[in-house]
Design a protein around this ligand. Structure first.
Ligand code: ZN
Ligand code: ZN
Length: 170
């Protein structure tokens, strides 16, 4: 019995999509909230007033999305020229980027109006967990660095209380 030809590509796409959650959560925790805070800070602070058009929409933190897209593009090129499996991995990375934009930028931060807010279940928990990520002022003592998985919201609240970092407004 031979395996269907689409099975390996499909597995590569799914596996790289899931692996990207680890890449995103770890780089969010150790790079963006570490030495890369210079770019990420813009995402944790109110936008500067008085900007218009594209300048008002973009934040410095978007440079990270640009860097990740360049990596995905390089993988597509390497996949086409050198080693075909890389092309499918690039597709999984890109799919994660699309999910990240729709979940993080559109659903949580409303940079794009989807006209819908999840009221229950998994997505609601993800949204609440990311709100708690933003409930801390500054880069220290934050919780929930992932985007595809979030611990239960009550556990995150308890963690924040234990750390004593929950900002007043939440
Ligand atoms: Zn952050
Ligand atoms: Zn955010």
């Amino acid at each position: 019995m031979s395996l269907p030809p689409f099975l390996l590509p499909l597995l590569l796409v799914v596996a790289s999509f899931l692996a990207m959650e680890a890449v995103a959560a770890l780089s969010h925790r150790y790079i963006m909230h570490g030495w890369g805070w210079g770019w990420h800070r813009s995402h944790h602070e109110p936008r500067p007033a008085g900007r218009r058009g594209a300048a008002a929409w973009f934040e410095k933190n978007d440079l990270y999305a640009a860097v990740f897209s360049l990596v995905a593009m390089a993988l597509f090129v390497a996949g086409s020229l050198l080693w075909p499996p890389l092309w499918w991995i690039a597709l999984g990375v890109t799919a994660y980027g699309v999910f990240y934009f729709l979940f993080h930028d559109a659903l949580v931060h409303r940079r794009l109006d989807l006209g819908w807010v999840p009221r229950r279940g998994y997505l609601k928990r993800l949204v609440q967990a990311h709100r708690l990520h933003h409930a801390v002022e500054g880069r220290e003592g934050c919780v929930s660095f992932g985007f595809l998985y979030a611990p239960p919201v009550e556990r995150l609240r308890a963690e924040l209380r234990a750390k004593g970092t929950l900002a007043e407004r939440s």
